[in-house]
Design a protein around this ligand. Structure first.
Ligand code: FEO
Length: 425
């Protein structure tokens, strides 16, 4: 009784030769995989050469080699393309190159930096390719398209030009294991497709849009990703879905020229809430900035990540309790890993009883996430005084002016920070 599917024909002379991993329940530690995943590899036969596009995770190499041997001899392989060097695709590369030493490896410029580190050898010969480069297999041409950050900096797509088959790497993929392979035959994988986009592609949505501009004009008949179903039914619809998911929405709501500042706070006795209100008032006095104020109390499950993804700046207020900011604040900050936040502006403020560490801790975390923190935060002991509320209004005003460009960009020196710190202690 056969337990594994054979190499599967996608077009005459083009086969899926990947591996199935139905038992996998977590990918890269952070992604849940409800029914496993596939590591897709493809074999493309030309009149005078055979290409292998991507390999598989090392643990599944035997399965991959067994399928590859069904459709090609190792001495026929002239070309190996790695669209992406993450180990789930490069794991079987060293062994493939040992079995097919005559083959030439094609990778992107960024991939060469990772190649040695990942395969632990510096003896692999390779050629760097970029958009516009091609390899002629004889009657079949492989064209390369640079698509960085889908999902690592090294990523590229490879088109079998005459067939209109795009080997897209992680892009348009998903962790969904179904041996029926084609999107018109497998089970309902919409959840997996969306989940994969949200966790793998979403932080790089600007790169997704650039890649779509590059790839959408191609006359595609099939998208063959590195994970999950091969998309032969309505492949363009998956590109359209990526465009919907990656497109910014906020400019349609507040106007393209308006900047967005979100003020989040949580407050035990209303003191940090008063400071938040003052920050918002100060920011609202600057024309061209839309200010939104949110209480993090009972905020679990609210779509703040979606709002932050589209905002230009965040101000976060927290009391200090037991020398720390409070959990809802850390929950909010730890939820930002799935979006791009670098280059947004950040600020912190809050009331405290006797130590007030939360403000510095929040600022450090914002900087760690690569937000720019242009203004030192405001701390107030217990009930904020009128002077402290005025400083909160000034914080909001300055933050807004940084957004509108009415305040010159500056870098605060460490000595300046320490001077401010001691004057407000
Ligand atoms: Fe499927 Fe980013 O590796």
């Amino acid at each position: 009784m056969k337990t594994m599917p054979d190499a599967t024909e996608i077009a005459p002379g083009i086969h899926w030769v990947g591996a199935l991993d139905p038992a996998l329940r977590e990918f890269d530690i952070i992604l849940r995989t409800a029914n496993g995943t596939t590591y897709n590899s493809y074999c493309v036969r030309g009149e005078h050469g055979v290409a292998v596009i991507d390999t598989v995770k090392a643990s599944h190499a035997d399965e991959f080699f067994a399928r590859l041997e069904q459709v090609a001899r190792y001495d026929e392989i002239t070309t190996i393309v790695l669209n992406h060097l993450e180990p789930d695709h490069s794991g079987a590369l060293p062994e493939l190159m040992r079995r097919a030493p005559q083959a030439k490896l094609y990778i992107s410029a960024k991939a060469q930096l990772m190649l040695k580190a990942l395969v632990q050898t510096d003896t692999l010969a390779f050629e760097v390719v970029q958009t516009g480069d091609a390899v002629d297999l004889g009657g079949r041409t492989l064209r390369f398209y640079s698509t960085p950050f889908l999902h690592w900096p090294d990523t590229q797509c490879t088109l079998a030009a005459e067939d209109g088959i795009l080997f897209s790497g992680d892009a348009f993929g998903c962790h969904f294991c179904d041996a029926r392979l084609f999107n018109d035959r497998v089970g309902d994988f919409r959840f997996s497709f969306e989940y994969y986009y949200q966790h793998i592609m979403r932080p790089f949505r600007e790169h997704v849009l650039e890649a779509l501009d590059l790839l959408a004009p191609l006359p595609l008949r099939v998208i063959a990703p590195a994970h999950g179903p091969v998309l032969r039914d309505a492949p363009q619809s998956y590109m359209q879905r990526y465009r919907q998911l990656a497109a910014p929405l906020l400019p349609n709501e507040i106007g393209a020229g308006t900047r967005s500042l979100l003020v989040f706070y949580i407050s035990s006795y209303g003191n940090t809430a008063r400071m938040a209100q003052a920050v918002a008032e100060g920011a609202e006095s600057e024309a061209g900035v839309r200010v939104s104020l949110y209480d993090l109390q009972s905020s679990a499950g609210l779509p703040f990540v979606d709002l932050i993804e589209e905002a230009d700046a965040l101000a976060i207020g927290s009391p200090t309790i037991n020398g720390d900011a409070v959990k809802p604040v850390w929950d909010l900050l730890s939820s930002l890993a799935v979006i791009k936040v670098c280059d947004k502006l950040g600020a912190a403020f809050g009331s405290y009883g006797w130590s007030g560490e939360a403000i510095n801790m929040i600022e450090d975390r914002l900087r760690g996430l690569k937000l720019r923190v242009p203004i030192k935060g405001v701390r107030a002991r217990l009930i904020p005084t009128e002077e402290e509320l005025a400083r909160c209004r000034d914080l909001g005003k300055q933050l807004a002016q940084h957004l509108t460009g009415n305040l010159e960009r500056r870098v605060i020196s460490m000595s300046e920070l320490l001077a401010q710190e001691s004057s407000h202690a």
